[in-house]
Ligand binder design. Structure first.
Ligand code: APR
Length: 232
C-alpha cells in the first residue's frame, strides 16, 4: 500500500489570505523574529508576543480553506494508501478542509500552553499574560507555538513517516527552516519519490525529482487529480 507524506508551508495558506514569512511583504519583513518568535522575546515582552499571535489568530479564524487544502482532504479520503500531512503552519485550514491525519510541527494558534505545568487547552481568541492556567492556576500561559530554538512537535511521528514514505511532496515552503528543509533529502535517501509543488523554485529545489510551479490552488488540485486518476 502506497504512503504519501506531504509537507506544507505558509504558501498553501497564502490564497486564503494568510501572510507568508519571507516574501517582500512577509511577516519577517514586518516583525523581527527576535522580538516575537523566541522564548527570550516572550520573557522580555510577553505583551508584544501575545499581540503578534492574537493578530494572527484573529486572521486565521476569519480565513477559509482554499482549493489546495480541499484537494489534500480529498486525497486523504479517496487515495487507496495512507496520506500524512506534516504542516509547518499554525492555522487549522487543513483540518477545516477535512484532513484528519495532520501533524502540526510548529504548534497551533488555536492552542494555549502553560509553561508552568505543561497543560494545553483551546486558546481564547485574545490571549494575555494575565491569563490563568485552567489546570494549575499559574499565570504562565503562552501560545502553543514552537519558537525558534525550540524542539518541533511530532518528531516521533515524522521520522518514521519519512523512513517509510513512497512519495514525499513539499507544498508552499521556502525550504529555509530546519529540520523540515531536510525532509526531502531524508525521504529520498530512504527510497521515496520526491515532488515540489510551489509558486517558484525554493531554496532546496534540487532535492526534488519532480517540480510543478504555480499557485497552490492550481498545482495542488491538478496534482491530486493526477494521483487519484492514476490509481484507478
Ligand atoms: N502557492 C504556492 N506557493 C506559494 C504561494 C502560493 N499561492 N505563495 C507563496 N508561495 C511559496 C513561496 O514561493 C515560498 O517558497 O510559499 C513559500 C513560503 O515560504 P516562507 O514564507 O518562508 O514560509 P515557510 O516555508 O512556511 O516558513 C517555514 O519558518 O518562520 C518560520 O515557523 C515559521 O513555519 C514557518 C517556517
Amino acid at each position: 500500500m502506497e504512503k504519501i507524506v506531504i509537507l506544507t508551508g505558509a504558501g498553501i495558506s497564502a490564497e486564503s489570505g494568510l501572510g507568508t514569512f519571507r516574501d517582500e511583504q512577509g511577516l519577517w519583513a514586518q516583525h523581527r523574529i527576535e522580538d516575537v518568535a523566541t522564548p527570550d522575546a516572550f520573557t522580555r515582552n510577553p505583551d508584544l508576543v501575545h499581540a503578534f499571535y492574537n493578530a494572527r489568530r484573529a486572521q486565521a479564524v476569519q480565513a477559509q480553506p482554499n482549493a489546495a487544502h480541499e484537494a489534500l482532504a480529498l486525497l486523504e479520503r479517496e487515495f487507496s494508501g495512507e496520506v500524512l500531512i506534516i504542516t509547518q503552519n499554525v492555522d487549522d485550514l487543513h483540518e477545516r478542509a477535512g484532513s484528519q491525519n495532520v501533524v502540526h510541527m510548529h504548534g497551533a494558534l488555536k492552542r494555549a500552553l502553560c509553561h508552568a505545568c505543561g497543560h494545553r487547552w483551546d486558546a481564547p481568541l485574545v490571549m494575555d499574560k494575565g491569563d490563568e492556567c485552567p489546570a494549575c492556576q499559574a499565570h504562565a500561559t503562552r501560545p502553543d507555538i514552537v519558537w525558534f530554538g525550540e524542539i518541533p512537535y511530532g518528531m516521533e511521528l515524522i521520522d518514521p513517516a519519512l523512513n517509510t514514505a513512497d512519495l514525499f511532496v513539499s507544498i508552499g515552503t521556502s525550504g529555509q527552516v530546519y529540520p523540515a528543509a531536510a525532509y526531502a533529502q531524508h525521504s529520498r535517501r530512504m527510497g521515496a519519490r520526491t515532488v515540489e509543488l510551489n509558486l517558484e523554485p525554493a531554496e532546496h529545489s534540487r532535492d526534488f525529482e519532480e517540480h510543478h510551479y504555480g499557485p497552490a490552488t492550481e498545482v495542488v488540485t491538478a496534482w491530486v487529480a493526477d494521483i487519484l486518476a492514476g490509481q484507478v
